[in-house]
Design a protein around this ligand. Structure first.
Ligand code: SAH
Ligand code: SF4
Ligand code: F3S
Length: 454
């Protein structure tokens, strides 16, 4: 271990897998004797954990690299490391990317499966040697590393890595490699630690959690086991691929009270022709039937989805099918993207033939429709009393908490005597398409929430 402690700052982009990975990285570096800082100005090492999912995600990083270049000019000796999916994607193109500055500015380029090498690579970097480590692994899960988390209320737990689905538009199978799962035992141990530390929510993460496997245990078994550790901890998960979400999993969600009745189920498109070209491996009929089964088993379920607009060859008719599906299912929320061609994916060889203006118009139609649906769904909650986990002060006022319902809806309400990390009965008074606002409801007897006394 070094005598002079280096201070490490990390910035995280992309999905929650990256958030979880950054905590693994910090854990590895803290064990190696580094100090962690939240102030970039104090840092000796600046790491950026990157995302490649769409072109604009990468553009943001390029913008950031420009700022790091200035930082290095002002503070020579500071080490800049590019981690994550973009590091992985850039590996074969390093010379090309050098033209855009990344190769020159970055002292380290480290892919998602090589973080164990970071202490050694940093040591080299301090001696002026650039480091590149971008091998993907079939086995690495960082199972034995307890992520470095600050105390809080919600934690992300990566349960499997990689993706074998190969949707034709997606870089993830290339940036994250093959599917592999952590052991059930280590995940449960992690949840036990979080329970002792007072965490109140865990979200199990994987690109396709339905592929989770540890011996005979599947994802439903894991979810059930996690939920049993501490009934005061809410359990969520993301993402379930619609092709292989099992009835067993639906049954597990329905049967355990602390597994949130919230399912993110990305559909991508309502057109079978487009779904096939995307290699999503299900039809819109399969998807609709799955949603029906979910709604029957979990009547108060909250659903959200992802859509991609303007995939190669998408016609007005294909688009209309997506619009119809969204109207019919009535999601509580959706992430709605314009198709972004990604080099080396199969769809990259299909002409990106939907004009930008058409993509924009179609995605706007979808966004407007979904906003109206989300508003309608939220309006139906007005007057009800919901249980909200108080998470953090509201951004607009210190006197209010921000929290979420079991169905993952954000609620703003007065703090009253409640502290963060408690479950609060809140009467919803007004809503918009994204947020619910309410007041604390009167609890008549322990564990029983009642209308305020008349
Ligand atoms: N594993 C998850 C998705 C991870 S990526 C799943 O299969 O559901 C998150 C979302 O980004 C995807 O659901 C998709 O809607 C979107 N996305 C991925 N690649 C994209 C691309 N090339 N262009 C536009 N959106 C994309
Ligand atoms: Fe990408 Fe498809 Fe895998 Fe999701 S399931 S990460 S969209 S390849
Ligand atoms: Fe982005 Fe990689 Fe996640 S590409 S969305 S950070 S898996």
């Amino acid at each position: 271990m070094r005598t002079i402690k280096k201070r490490v700052y990390i910035e995280t982009y992309g999905c929650q897998m990256n958030v979880a990975d950054s905590e693994v990285v910090l854990s590895l570096l803290a064990d190696d004797g580094c100090d962690i800082t939240n102030e970039i100005a104090e840092a000796d090492v600046v790491l950026v954990n990157t995302c490649s999912i769409r072109e604009n995600a990468e553009q943001r990083i390029y913008g950031r690299m420009g700022e790091f270049k200035r930082l290095k000019r002002e503070k020579p000796g500071v080490i800049v490391g590019v981690l994550g999916c973009m590091a992985e994607r850039l590996r074969s193109k390093l010379s090309h990317e050098e033209a855009r500055g990344v190769g020159q500015i970055a002292d380290l380029i480290v892919g998602p499966d090589e973080y164990r090498k970071l202490p050694a690579l940093l040591e080299d970097a301090w001696h002026g040697k650039k480091g590149v480590a971008v091998q993907l692994s079939r086995v690495e899960t960082y199972d034995d590393i307890l992520p470095l988390r600050t105390d809080g209320i919600s934690a992300w737990i990566s349960v499997m890595r990689g993706c074998d689905k190969f949707c034709t538009f997606c870089v993830v199978p290339f940036t994250r490699g093959r599917e592999r799962s952590r052991t059930l035992t280590s995940i449960i141990q992690e949840v036990e630690v979080l329970s002792t530390r007072g965490f109140k929510e865990v979200t199990l993460l994987g690109q396709n959690v339905n592929s989770y496997k540890d011996g005979n245990a599947d994802f439903a078994d894991l979810l059930g086991a996690v939920a049993t550790v501490d009934p005061s901890i809410r359990v969520r998960f993301t993402t379930s691929h619609p092709q292989d979400m099992s009835d067993k999993l639906i049954g597990t969600i329905a049967s355990l009270g602390n597994i949130c009745n919230f399912i993110h189920l990305p559909v991508q498109s309502g057109s079978d022709r487009i779904l096939e070209r995307m290699n999503r491996t299900y039809t819109s009929a399969h998807y609709r039937a799955l949603v029906e089964r979910i709604k029957v088993a979990i009547p108060d379920v909250t659903l959200s989805t992802d859509t991609i607009t303007g995939f190669p060859t998408e016609t007005e008719d294909d688009h209309a099918r997506t619009v119809d599906l969204l109207s019919e299912i009535g999601y509580d929320g959706a992430y709605m993207f314009k198709y972004s061609p990604r080099e080396n994916t199969p769809a990259f060889n299909m002409p990106d033939d939907v004009a930008e203006v058409v993509k924009s118009r179609r995605v706007n139609e979808i966004v407007m429709l979904q906003n109206a649906i989300s508003l309608r769904k939220n309006q139906s909650i007005v007057g009800q009393i919901v249980e909200v986990l108080a998470e953090s002060p509201s951004k607009k006022s210190e006197d209010f908490w921000q929290g979420r319902t079991d169905g993952n809806k954000t609620v703003i309400f007065p703090k009253g005597d409640y502290s963060a990390g408690t479950y609060v009965p809140v009467r919803i008074e007004r809503v918009n398409s994204a947020t619910l606002f309410g007041s604390i409801a009167v609890v008549a007897s322990p564990g029983r929430v009642e209308e305020a006394a008349a």
